[in-house]
Design a protein around this ligand. Sequence first.
Ligand SMILES: Cc1cc2nc3c(=O)[nH]c(=O)nc-3n(C[C@H](O)[C@H](O)[C@H](O)COP(=O)(O)O)c2cc1C
Ligand code: SF4
Length: 445
Amino acid sequence: MTHNATLPPPGPQAGQDAAQQLTERWRDGRPGPLPRLMPAHEPADLRAHLERFGAPPYRGAPRRLIGDVEAAGLTGRGGAAFPTYRKLAAMTAGHGPAPVVVGNGAEGEPASHKDKTLLWFSPHLVLDGLQLAAEAVGSVTVGLYVHRDPRLYGWLEAAIGERATAGLDAARVELIEAPPRFLAGEKSALASKASGGTALPRFKPSRASQRGVSGRRTLVQNVETLAHLALIARHGAAWFRSAGTQDEPGSMLATLHQADGRTGVVETTLGTPIAGLLRLPARAVLVGGYHGAWLPAEQAGRLPLANAALRPLGAVVGAGVLAALPADRCGLAETARVASYLALESAGQCGPCFNGLPRMAGALEELAGPRPDPRVSADLERWSGLVDGRGACHHPDGTVRFVRSALRVFADEMDHHARGSCTGTSGRPFLPLPGQTPLDDADWR
Ligand SMILES: Cc1cc2nc3c(=O)[nH]c(=O)nc-3n(C[C@H](O)[C@H](O)[C@H](O)COP(=O)(O)O)c2cc1C
Ligand code: SF4
C-alpha cells in the first residue's frame, strides 16, 4: 500500500474509489438508504447540490434547529461522539459577544481520509451545515479549518465563492489552513491557529468553548457532523434515526484499510458488523485509528461498529478508521512505528507527555526486536500509567489506549520475540504514516 499522508487524497483516484464503493452500497440495498452524505458519481458543485438537496432550510432565528438535532441523537463524528445538541445549546446559553463557529476538517490522523473525501465530494453539504449551525447559535463569524492541500483549498474557495454569488448565506466563511500535524485538529489547537497563532493545544482551563478563537466562545464541529446536521435540518430526526441503532443513530463515514493494501472511504450505518466492512480473517483489527485500539480479528469480526459494543473492550469508533492487519506483519513492529510517530507529534508542552511518549516508543521498539530486556513490558505499563490523563490535551490518553491494546492483543507475539523469533514474514510497513515526519517548529503554523 502506498500512501502520502502529507498530501490528502481527494484526487481523482481516491475519488473514484470512494464513489464506486458508495454506489455499491446503494445497490446493495443496505438499510439507510445509503449514501446520505456523498453524491454517487462526482464531486457536487452548487448546481448539482441544489438540485439534489434544495437551498439550506434556514429557520429565521437562533435555537430553532437545536431541538431537531437533539431528537435526532446526532453525536460528533470527530472522534469523541459527544452529543451535538449539547454543544449548540451551551453556545446559546453563554454571555458576551456572539460565538465563533468553526468546521473542523483538519484530519491530521494519517490513516483517516473521510473528511478530505467529504469536503471534496460534498463541500456544499458541509457549508450548509456550517451556516445552519451558525444560525442556531446566533453567530455570523464562521470559519472552515482544512487540511493543507492547495487543490482542496482551491475547490473550497470556489464553492464559497459560488454561494456568495448566489447570495445563499448570511455569514461569510473564512478558510483556515491546518498544518499537517496529528494534533492540528484538536479543538484548542484549532482555536489557537484560527486566532493567528500556532496550531498547538492550549492548557486547561482555557477550553475552546469558553475562550476559543480570539478569546471568544467557539463552537468547533467536525465537518462530517455539520453535513449530518444539514440533512437533519432538511429531513428531520425520524429520517436520521432510520439508520443506525437506537443509542447511536445515523450513518457515518469510515476509512477502511484492507489487509490486501486497498483503502477507501465508505458511508455505513452505526452498528454495522465490522465483518461487513473489513475483509477478514486478518492478524488483528485496529479500530478507531491511532488513538484507538487493536482487537483480535476473530473478536472484531463478531462486533458491530458501535461504541456500546467497543467501549467495554477498551476500543472506540473514534473518527471511523478500521484497519485489518495482514497475516504476514508483526503487530508489535506496526505499533512501535506508529508509537514513534505519535511521540514525535507530542506538542512538547506537558512534561508527562513530552518525556513519557518517547520512552514508551523506545520500549515498544525494543519489544518489537529480538530478545528484549524482560523488564521492558513492565516499564511500558508503568509509563503508560504515568502519562495517561496527564496532558493538556487527550494525545497521551489516546496513545496509551493504542499501546496498551497492543500489549494485550500481541501477547503471543511478545513471547516469540522473547525467544528471539518473530511471526511476521514481511517487514513492509502497513499502517500509513507521513513520508517525512515534520520536526520543525514552523510546521505548527
Ligand atoms: C490529538 C487530537 C486530534 C484531533 N484531531 C481532530 C481532527 O482532525 N478533526 C476533528 O474534527 N476533530 C479532531 N479532534 C477532536 C476535536 O478536539 C473536537 O472534539 C472535534 O472537532 C469536535 O467536533 P465533533 O463534536 O463534531 O466531533 C482531535 C482531538 C485530539 C485530542
Ligand atoms: S498533552 Fe502532549 S500533545 Fe497535548 S498539549 Fe501536552 S505535550 Fe502537547
